[in-house]
Design a protein around this ligand. Structure first.
Ligand code: FRU
Length: 506
């Protein structure tokens, strides 16, 4: 029912066949394609997640937001909070553009030691560090229109004051100079800013978040360079008592499946220099729709990642109206060792289990040609499927509707790849790059294989081999995809199948 008709019903309580039901009906978050268990803005444009921080039992999520249009424009920081990383409450916009420019991507920290001096009466300041992007200056042809600025909040992120002496880190003449991610480096007792500087990352340090000194650069001649480097993040992960530093770097274009994607490096960081362990290029997610992801500040040893579930190839043209674009599910990052190499694996956070509704479990199922819907019933919302097999061979999972629109996900043994084919997934004509089969290498060398799919109304996330291979893709069917079939040319028997319907978070 349209919002207008709902309001008319509410005001007049006449002309509605069943006013009681209508009052109960939700008028937002039930538009076609609206994700039911992922964060998306209530209305209008969203891109990168920003400033994620955990404080006093609350997870903050800020994000690139344009409240006046569903097309990218003057950037604000939208804001949402959650107590469980699953259910989100929208908050007023945190940062508005000003005379120094749009508010581009960045991070936020809890300044417990009050190094910034912004704290008052024992209140710990939340400090946001972001890029001021001056669109007017950009038009004049200078290269210094991106500078780093700060703002602070003394009321748990409700209101923000921009620092009077912004910017705190001036552009030295590098056109792409943005997306500061700041963390506290305990060993050297200073703040470290990881900044994207054109085709590499630059590290800066500061005692107080206001004065910044350049430490080093990394990446000019390693990793993928098909596009500009953006949204870096640097953090340690524990691996059996050893500290492995991970550097995330988003690049656009130049991703493994075209357009935007996020690569990562593992290595050592001593407070000055990042020294990589690897020479090869690796991706945190091989799918087309996980970009600009970074991790939460202040979650202890746990590193929780969330990405923007879109791609700059078509982010402005995907066929949603009320809002545009969303975030991936939050993911835990961890190190897995494969043949002496430290790899980063991502798995959906366990908090998402609160959404589990009915469950269907099956054992030893011959899936030569198997209609899983016969067991699950017609699907009418988000769901999760886990499968575990001990024989590794070709299989496809076909997720479809009555109109024969479908997403096909699976594993191809000959090429040792996972794939997601969205070429017949419904509305695809808005961009010529959208309709494609995306592939990802199988990284695990185990003789058994496990796969988890999280499928929402217009997104699919694949986590294979305990998250060693991850893929994310969006899709836009004309009708909900409500059926699941599994096929295997090789008489595959799946030892364990677990299917959960998931609740909506709204
Ligand atoms: C990445 C990005 C960032 C920039 C922001 C602008 O998607 O291009 O580099 O800060 O988006 O909205």
């Amino acid at each position: 029912m349209s919002t207008i008709k709902y309001m008319v019903c509410m005001m007049m309580l006449v002309g509605c066949s069943n006013p009681k039901n209508m009052i109960a009906e939700r008028t937002t978050y039930n538009e076609p394609h609206r994700l039911q268990m992922h964060f998306s803005p209530k209305s209008k444009w969203m891109n990168d997640p920003n400033g994620m921080l955990y404080s006093n039992g609350v997870y903050h999520l800020f994000y690139q937001h344009y409240p006046d249009s569903n097309i990218w424009g003057p950037m604000h920081w939208g804001h949402a909070t959650s107590k469980d990383l699953v259910h989100w409450e929208h908050q007023p916009i945190a940062l508005y553009p000003d005379t120094l420019g749009y508010i581009f991507s960045g991070s936020a920290v809890l300044d417990v030691k009050n190094t910034s001096g912004f704290g008052k009466d024992g209140k710990v300041p939340l400090v946001a560090i972001f890029t001021h992007h001056n669109a007017k200056e950009e038009k004049t042809g200078t290269s210094t229109y991106q500078n780093q600025s700060i703002a602070y909040s003394l009321d748990e992120g409700k209101t923000w004051t921009k620092y009077a002496h912004n910017p705190v880190l001036k552009n030295p003449g590098i056109k792409d100079f943005r997306d500061p991610k700041v963390s506290w480096h305990e060993e050297t007792k200073k703040w470290i800013m990881t900044l994207a500087t054109l085709d590499r990352v630059s590290f800066f340090s500061s005692p107080d978040l206001k004065k910044w000194t350049k430490e080093s650069e990394f990446g000019g001649n390693i990793g993928a360079h098909g596009g500009v480097w953006e949204c870096p993040d640097l953090f340690p992960l524990d691996y059996n008592g050893k500290k492995i530093w991970v550097l995330l770097v988003s690049i656009n274009p130049g991703g493994p499946n075209k357009g935007s994607a996020t690569q990562y490096f593992t290595g050592e960081f001593d407070g000055t220099t990042f020294t990589p362990f690897q020479t090869d290029t690796r991706w945190i997610d091989y799918g087309p729709d996980n970009y600009a992801g970074i991790t939460w500040f202040n979650t202890g040893n746990r590193k929780i990642f969330i990405g923007w579930m879109s791609n700059w190839l078509y982010a402005n043209t995907v066929p949603t109206q009320a809002w545009r674009n969303a975030a991936t599910v939050p993911r835990d990052l961890k190190i897995t060792e494969i043949d002496g190499k430290f790899m980063v694996a991502s798995t959906p956070v366990k908090e998402l289990d609160v959404l589990n509704e009915t469950v269907t479990t099956l054992q030893n199922v011959d899936v030569s040609n198997y209609d899983l819907s016969q067991k699950t019933g017609k699907i009418d919302g988000p769901w999760k499927l886990k499968i575990g097999v001990t024989k590794i061979t070709d299989f496809s999972i076909i997720i479809s509707n009555e109109q024969e629109e479908k997403i096909v996900v699976g594993y191809d043994k000959k090429r040792n790849i996972y794939f997601i084919d969205r070429s017949k997934s419904g509305i695809i004509s808005f961009d010529k790059e959208f309709s494609a089969t995306h592939v990802a290498p199988r990284i695990s060398n185990k003789v058994s294989l496990d796969l988890t799919l999280i499928v929402d109304n217009s997104s699919i996330e694949l986590f294979a081999d305990d998250g060693l291979t991850a893929m994310t893709a969006v899709f836009f069917p004309n009708q909900l995809l409500s059926k699941i079939k599994i096929e295997s040319p090789d008489n595959l028997v799946i030892q364990n199948i677990q299917f959960n319907r998931l609740n909506t978070i709204w």
